[in-house]
Ligand binder design. Sequence first.
Ligand code: C5P
Length: 231
Amino acid sequence: MNRDVIIACDFASAEETYAFLDRFTEEKPFVKIGMELYYAEGPAIVRELHQRGHKIFLDLKLHDIPNTVEKAMAVLSRLEVEMVNLHAAGTKAMMEAALRGLTRADGTRPILLAVTQLTSTSEERMHDELLIGGTISDCVCHYARMAKEAGLDGVVCSPLEAGMVKEHCGAEFLTVTPGIRFADGKVGDQVRVTTPARAREIGSDYIVVGRPITAAEDPVAAYRKCVKEFV
Ligand code: C5P
């Protein structure tokens, strides 16, 4: 079991990111590079953080026609990242194309995850705005099963859904879960949240933690608290 804490480096520039990560003198946290940082700094930031010894989850949540996603994934697979992702809503054909694009000539590839429903989406908005009926759980399980059938390694979902996903897709199917908050912390725009300790009990393999660490007065202490509760 590779249980680990991934820090969401949602910063606007490389300088801010390095200033933040330089505070970690004793550990090399697994980091997540999302749209903000990647669009600001491009592949150079990925190469630099890899050089510095960080494992990287490149969270670009691809969602386009299968051919475009396949080609984009082929480009991303040349970066030394541990994980990449896409939206399961892009269909099974898109996920299969993504896997083809991601697989290198020697057969290796980064872990590929599907986003089910964003942890900021409530059931009410899923019904009223996305016109998806049923419960969020139904939708998450259905998307997870599609991802598994397409050959993906796991899903990004709420920690509250991790146990259910494992029941449907098997213990080996990875659950990577944002929406983590300390018991006494601010929730912000996230809706389906829980604590690192509870995420562990439910069965998350990796938790993705942003603001509870990046906006903490002492980020290193906050990171260690997450690791202690979760790993
Ligand atoms: O600051 P916070 O802990 O809410 O950050 C969570 C991170 O996880 C953000 O980078 C967000 O984009 C990402 N994420 C999410 N929900 C998903 C997938 C990714 O919150 N379903």
